[in-house]
Every structure is written in structure tokens, then in C-alpha cells.
Write a protein that binds this ligand. Structure first.
Ligand code: SAM
Length: 292
């Protein structure tokens, strides 16, 4: 079978199984099997697939149709322009989490500006904590943006940390990012300039409403923050207050219903300059504050 027909048959199977974004999923799986990029796919519609590639592709299509996320089948996901290894042990990095990086970098730049320092921010000497690092996507993106900073990335899941460590090596920041197994910032012994986190924030009561790809395949510890979802923020904000330097910045991703529960926790006299950033869908996605 040629590339065009194979792709057509593959996406028809995914459409039938009600897979969201079925065309993209079929393309990514075919590219994964063939080891080519997208341009190649559309430049070579008549190319014949080997029997082995054909079988591998339709085996992946069957698994995707049964609910396995595409990223678990290809083993990768792009985030902040970087390719990350993903396995069922880590949350698949989401595009909206890039707002956490944007807000954190903006806040750091503003701090430099207010202090009368020059605007080229390399992060020299900065100590940064990424709480619940998962695949390491936030920690590694920040390390790439701020080559002078040291990042301390924590997670309660040791299998997740193993993936994060491989991602740090893949992006040549293994010397800049330290991985620590532990509960939030419990074991931190230093003070930070910046604490970032995308904590688990889905409510267990919402579990039934989740897509099967998420509910059945992503780690529970990465998804659920408690019965309501926002329970973890209280302890995270309390520990961040303890471990941030005066003037230090906290940047947290929010779940779609977390804002009313989280905003009151960032109050005076501990916190100032609290601001919320919406994502592209208009949902309050990131809250940032400064430690007084
Ligand atoms: C929503 S995922 C975020 C992963 C990654 N930072 C991202 O943005 O894709 C939350 C992460 O927090 C970790 N986690 C859950 N409870 C934790 C705790 N009490 N202390 C540290 N990490 C925790 C989970 O293992 C998971 O990797």
C-alpha cells in the first residue's frame, strides 16, 4: 500500500473510534513508523510502505483507537520548542503550561528592570524551584532560557524523575537542573528567587468527565489534587512563602476552577503584586505573586 492510501485508511479507523484530532494522530503515527518529517509525507504520497512498516502502523492505529494517547505511542511531545520523552509515568506536557514559563520570565525581567539592571536576563546566580516536575518540561525550558540559573526540580514520583533526568541529559542541562524526590518543597534547605509549579489540580469528583486518554493512561498522582482539585495549593503556597527570598516570585498553573480557591491564599502581608494570566481559550491559567 502507498503512503496516501495507508494514511487514509488509518485516519478512517481513528475517526470511526471517535479519536479527537484523528488526522493529526494518524499522521504522527505514520511519521513515527517511517522516521520522516511531515514535509516528506506530503511530498511522497506514492511511496510504497514495506509490509513490516504497514503492520507496525496499523498496530499503533489499533492502540490509538483503543484510547492510548498518541504521545505514549510515539514516546514524545514538543513543549517550548523542545522535544521531550514522555512515558506513562509522566504527565504529557500541555501547551497551556507554556504560559507558566512566559509569566515567570516576564516577572524576572520586570524585577531586573525595577532594580535598574540591564535587560538581558541570563539568570546568573538565580535559584529556581520547579515543584512537581513530571517530564521536567518546565525546569528544562527555564534552564534553556536562563543558562546562569540553577534549577531544583522536585517530584514525589521516582519513575517521573527518571524520565525528567533523561530529558535534562537530552537537552544538555543535566548540570544545571538538580532532581530531588520529595513532597513539594519539604526537603528544601535553600531560599529561592522563583518557585514555579504546575501541580495536580483535577478534582476526583471530575474523574468521570475526563477523556479516556487522560483518565486511563496518565498517572493519577499527576492529575488529581484532591476531591475538589485545588487542595494541594494551600500547602504549596505555604511552603513557597517559607522558601522564597523577600522579593521572590511564585508562578503557579491553575486548574479551570481553581482561581476562587487559590487567589485568597495569596494575601497580604505575605504576598504582593498578585496577577492572573488567561490562556488562549480565555481561562485563568496562571497566577503569579511576589513574596514581601
Ligand atoms: C500536573 S503534573 C505536572 C508535570 C510537569 N511539571 C508539567 O507541567 O507537565 C504534576 C506533577 O506533580 C507531581 N506531584 C504530585 N504530588 C506531589 C507532591 N506532593 N510533591 C511533589 N510532586 C508531586 C506528580 O508526580 C506530577 O509529576
Amino acid at each position: 500500500m502507498d503512503v496516501r492510501t495507508t494514511l487514509k485508511n488509518g485516519l478512517a479507523q481513528l475517526r470511526e473510534a471517535h479519536v479527537p484530532s484523528f488526522t493529526l494522530a494518524a499522521e504522527l503515527l505514520l511519521l513515527h513508523v517511517l522516521g520522516h518529517d511531515r514535509t516528506w509525507l506530503y511530498a511522497h504520497p506514492e511511496e510504497q510502505l514495506s509490509t513490516a512498516d504497514n503492520e507496525r502502523f496499523f498496530a499503533l492505529i489499533a492502540r490509538r483507537a483503543a484510547g492510548e494517547p498518541t504521545q505514549h505511542l510515539t514516546g514524545k511531545q514538543e513543549f517550548w520548542g523542545l522535544e521531550f520523552e514522555v512515558t506513562p509515568d509522566v504527565l504529557i506536557p500541555r501547551p497551556e503550561t507554556e504560559h507558566v514559563i512566559e509569566v515567570a520570565l516576564d516577572r524576572l525581567a520586570l524585577r531586573e528592570l525595577r532594580a535598574g539592571r540591564k535587560q538581558t536576563l541570563t539568570g546568573e546566580g538565580l535559584q529556581i524551584a520547579d515543584v512537581g516536575t513530571g517530564s521536567g518540561c518546565i525546569a528544562i525550558a527555564l534552564a534553556k532560557e536562563l543558562p546562569g540559573a540553577t534549577i531544583h526540580a522536585t517530584d514525589i514520583s521516582s519513575p517521573a524523575l527518571a524520565v525528567a533526568q533523561r530529558n535534562a541529559a537530552r537537552h544538555s542541562v543535566a548540570n544545571q537542573v538538580h532532581f530531588i524526590e520529595g513532597n513539594l518543597l519539604h526537603d528544601a534547605t535553600i531560599l529561592f528567587d522563583l518557585v514555579v509549579s504546575n501541580p495536580p489540580y483535577i478534582g476526583r469528583r471530575q474523574a468521570k468527565m475526563l477523556m479516556r486518554e487522560v483518565r486511563d493512561h496518565e498517572p493519577e498522582i499527576a492529575l488529581f489534587g484532591g476531591e475538589e482539585g485545588y487542595e494541594i495549593y494551600g500547602e504549596l503556597i505555604r511552603q513557597s512563602a517559607e522558601h522564597l527570598k523577600p522579593g521572590g516570585i511564585l508562578t503557579l498553573e491553575l486548574g479551570h476552577n481553581s482561581l476562587p480557591a487559590v487567589q485568597p491564599l495569596l494575601d497580604a502581608p505575605t504576598w504582593t503584586n498578585v496577577a492572573v494570566t488567561n490562556d488562549l481559550a480565555g481561562i485563568p491559567r496562571v497566577i503569579a505573586a511576589e513574596r514581601l
